[in-house]
Design a protein around this ligand. Structure first.
Ligand code: G3P
Ligand code: MG
Length: 244
């Protein structure tokens, strides 16, 4: 059955990419969790979507130009709701520790945000950290940047890799990287346009970001391997309805 991946944690109900959002994603029973990683100025993996902290915190500036201590000074919850004013930008290790503590046994989709800022060395840092941990959950590496997938393949050929499709094109320029990947993460819009071709390849496809009930139903109908949603609790209800 199609799995449900909580996009940036439970982004629709909690502040994205924060510990409270990941905790919620596990609480509601998400099969997978997606998060975005970048590198701080002092070379630590941090979990945040944008290259700047402006949209999701009360601060300003580029992630790559701030240390973890500086990043942690800001409130990463209030832009969602004042109820979450204590949330901070988490480090990647903090998220791994939380998922271990709450007994998560699903799939963690780690998106390396190297499409705007290449963050030299981010792939090595990530693999090094993961290999030191004993994790009870499966990992997938994903990126919009095929060079990141290529670097990951060299240092960790075992972990699954997914290419996040740019826009709605499976560009010919990507063909030289095809052997690196196990699956693709396209937009839901692309999935719909390609409807006639999907069925035979559905187990290699995890679209984003599917929040509407009709769109979720379509994903279950297509039997895609998983889809990313900001509302995992809603998606689980819709899946139950689909299965009735
Ligand atoms: O991995 C799916 C999705 O997260 C890719 O887009 O911009 O939300 O990171 P974005
Ligand atoms: Mg992402």
């Amino acid at each position: 059955m199609t799995k449900i991946f909580a996009h940036r944690g439970s982004k629709g109900t909690h502040p994205e990419n924060t510990l409270v959002a990941f905790r919620e994603a596990v609480r509601v029973g998400s099969d997978g969790i997606e998060l975005d990683v970048q590198l701080s100025k002092d070379g630590q993996l941090v979990v945040i979507h944008d290259e700047s902290i402006d949209r999701t915190t009360d601060g300003e500036g580029l992630v790559g130009e701030m240390t973890v201590k500086e990043l942690k000074a800001y409130d990463a919850g209030s832009s969602f709701s004042s109820e979450y004013a204590d949330e901070k930008i988490p480090t990647f290790i903090e998220v791994l520790n939380l998922l271990t503590e709450v007994g998560f046994t699903g799939t963690l989709n780690i998106e390396l945000k190297t499409d705007q800022n290449d963050y030299p060395g981010i792939e090595e840092k990530l693999v090094d950290l993961i290999q030191k941990k004993q994790l009870n959950f499966e990992l997938i590496y994903s990126s919009f940047n095929p060079l990141t997938l290529e670097r990951l393949e060299k240092i960790d050929p075992v972990t699954k890799k997914a290419w996040i499709m740019v826009g709605d094109k499976f560009t010919i320029l990507f063909s030289k990287y095809l052997t690196l990947i196990d699956s693709i993460h396209p937009s839901f819009e692309w999935l719909c346009k390609s409807e006639t071709k999907i069925i035979n390849y559905s187990k290699y496809i995890r679209p984003w970001t599917v929040n509407d009930e009709c769109e979720m139903m379509k994903c279950f109908d297509y039997s895609v391997e998983a889809f990313h949603t900001d509302y995992p609790a809603r998606a689980i209800q819709v899946r139950n309805k689909f299965l009735e």
